[in-house]
Ligand binder design. Structure first.
Ligand SMILES: [Cu+2]
Length: 294
């Protein structure tokens, strides 16, 4: 009976938990996406931290405004006060914001430094080149691999084996995802094609958003902490199809990555398909196992 119940629970969870297959925004989302890198964890922490200042300040200012509006209304003050200066108040409202801003500035600069200082000797370097309107990923390894990543068109879903819209959402899914090994430090070199326009490479779960500028090589990095399929989008208005150049990154185990890399050296399309089949199957069985063990 217990087993049957567990199996039923697993099935129900599977039916409703399809969102957990891929990291992407959801309707009416209010918060940031869950983190997949230490940088994004820091960003999420910083966001919560700033709220501890923002919320009380907003409440105090709103109360002060209400008090002033009521207490000093024309009806209660037929003769207006001529007071124009109060040294004590001026000192307080100068010093207090400076102190509050210091509490923001220090962790903020820390975060910025962590984002912009690329770790020495990254495990992997991927050059990302944006063009109107697709991405090109170039793996700087012993066997150079480069391929384009386009928006997945609805008409191509069946042929690509990407009919599950929970895993491959409309306008976010691509034909060929970028593939990265989990737990490794990846350096991204980001640019746009020489005669193109400015785009931006953005991956919310990684805490990455960096401009792709023609003639300029921007650097950023990520150390992924978990496997999954992560979605982002071009984040710099770049022309009529700006909304149609999504970014998809598949983070897999080191072994799967090695297999993919070897296969991709000869045929990227086939390597991606093989990886997709094993990754999607693993996701599903892991979820079932996780739910049965609960
Ligand atoms: Cu773009």
């Amino acid at each position: 009976m217990k087993r049957a119940y567990a199996a039923l629970t697993a099935l129900v969870c599977l039916l409703f938990a399809s969102g957990s297959f891929a990291d992407q925004p959801y309707d009416w989302q209010m918060t940031l996406q869950p983190a997949a890198t230490p940088i994004m964890e820091e960003i999420r922490w910083f966001e919560h931290y700033t709220l501890w200042f923002i919320v009380p300040i907003t409440i105090v200012v709103a109360i002060l405004l209400a008090v002033v509006a009521v207490k000093f209304r024309a009806g209660a003050n037929p003769v207006a006060s001529k007071t124009s200066h109060n040294t004590a108040i001026e000192v307080v409202w100068t010093v207090a914001p400076v102190l509050i801003l210091l509490f923001f500035a220090i962790p903020s600069f820390n975060l910025l430094t962590n984002q912009l200082v690329i770790p020495k000797d990254p495990d992997l370097t991927v050059k990302v080149t944006a063009t109107q309107w697709q991405w090109n990923y170039e793996y700087q390894g012993e066997t150079p691999i480069a391929y384009d990543s386009y928006l997945l068109k609805d008409a191509d879903r069946a042929a690509a084996g990407k009919e599950d819209r929970a895993i491959y959402p409309r306008l976010l899914a691509v034909d060929n995802e970028m593939v990265l090994p989990v737990g490794k430090t990846v350096r991204f070199l980001v640019t746009a094609a020489p005669t193109d326009v400015i785009h931006a490479f953005a991956m919310p779960s990684f805490g990455i958003k960096i401009d792709a500028v023609p003639g300029r090589l921007n650097e950023t990095w990520a150390k992924t902490e978990r496997e999954g399929l992560f979605y982002g989008q071009c984040s710099e208005l770049c022309g009529k199809d700006h909304a149609f150049m999504p970014i998809a990154i598949r983070v897999v185990s080191e072994e799967k990555y090695a297999t993919w890399l070897a296969a991709a050296a000869t045929n990227v399309d086939q390597a991606n398909k093989a990886l997709m089949a094993s990754a999607d199957a693993a996701d599903t069985s892991a979820l079932v196992a996780e739910n049965i063990s609960k």
